[in-house]
Design a protein around this ligand. Structure first.
Ligand code: NAP
Length: 219
């Protein structure tokens, strides 16, 4: 399987990259991002890109992929709706539309979050924006599109969040998160499980397009 990965420098993306590099069924990974991962591996190639609404300059590099794991995303905290929509909806759909056109056989997996509002009309701004993003991704002509909606994600194997306050929470509550992972699979998963589940779902599919934490842990 040839994988293209967005957000490889983030907490979820680092986990996904780790699992892809370890998994023999993943032949290669192309990481597209605005900053380097700092990793070197025979299977990994990187493109540093600066305009996440326009991929025309690198389109020739974006063909021939079986799966896209889209882990690029931001927290909505302290952000206007307009800015959050730009970083969430506009960037994701711009990349996905390009990839669907160039790779009709591609499986697209989007990391969204628990509580995403598929109605697009609920009271929570972030949930509405993520809901519209999910809904419109599902309309694109991919082989299949899956929405991963984890709740809490425990970073493992030295992986760090790019968001300082998220990282501080995860460090401070590490023992509690380990316990929650054992007793509350509905609400917790790990970077390793998310990455493993992405690979398996891209290869084998899943009965539903939306995977909650429990599904991610079960795959
Ligand atoms: N962390 C969690 O516990 C959790 C739980 C549920 C859902 N999620 C969802 O998972 C997704 C990823 O979260 P995360 O925790 O991995 O976030 P993160 O650690 O903050 O990483 C964010 C990633 O997105 C990239 N990015 C952010 N803004 C960008 C922009 N304007 N242009 C290009 N790249 C940009 C970052 O690249 P740079 O390295 O260049 O900044 C980084 O690779 C988000 O959608 C989040 O809602 C996370």
């Amino acid at each position: 399987m040839k994988v293209i990965l967005f957000g490889a420098t983030g907490m979820v993306g680092q986990g996904c990259l780790r699992e892809c590099l370890l998994d023999a069924s993943v032949e290669s990974v192309l990481a597209v991002g605005r900053s380097p991962t700092g990793k070197r591996h025979a299977k990994l190639r990187e493109i540093l890109h600066d305009n996440f609404l326009d991929y025309s300059a690198i389109e020739t590099e974006l063909t021939g992929f079986d799966a896209c794991f889209f882990c690029l995303g931001v927290s909505s905290i302290g952000m206007s709706e307009e800015r959050y929509r730009h970083l969430t909806y506009d960037i994701t759909l711009a990349a996905a539309k390009t990839l669907a056109r160039l790779n009709p056989g591609m499986v697209f997996i989007y990391v969204t979050g628990q509580g995403t509002d598929s109605s697009e009309r609920g009271p929570l701004m972030w949930a509405r924006v993520k809901g519209k993003t999910e809904n419109d991704l599902c309309k694109l002509p991919f082989k299949a599109a899956y929405m991963f909606r984890p709740a809490g994600i425990q970073p493992l194997h030295g992986i760090r969040s790019k968001t300082a306050w998220v990282q501080a929470i995860y460090v401070g509550s590490a023992p509690l998160l380990t316990l929650l992972n054992r007793i509350a699979p509905k609400y917790m998963t790990t970077t390793e499980r998310v990455g493993r589940a992405m690979i398996k779902v891209a290869q084998n599919g899943y009965p539903r397009p939306v995977l909650e934490s429990e599904d991610i842990n079960r795959v």
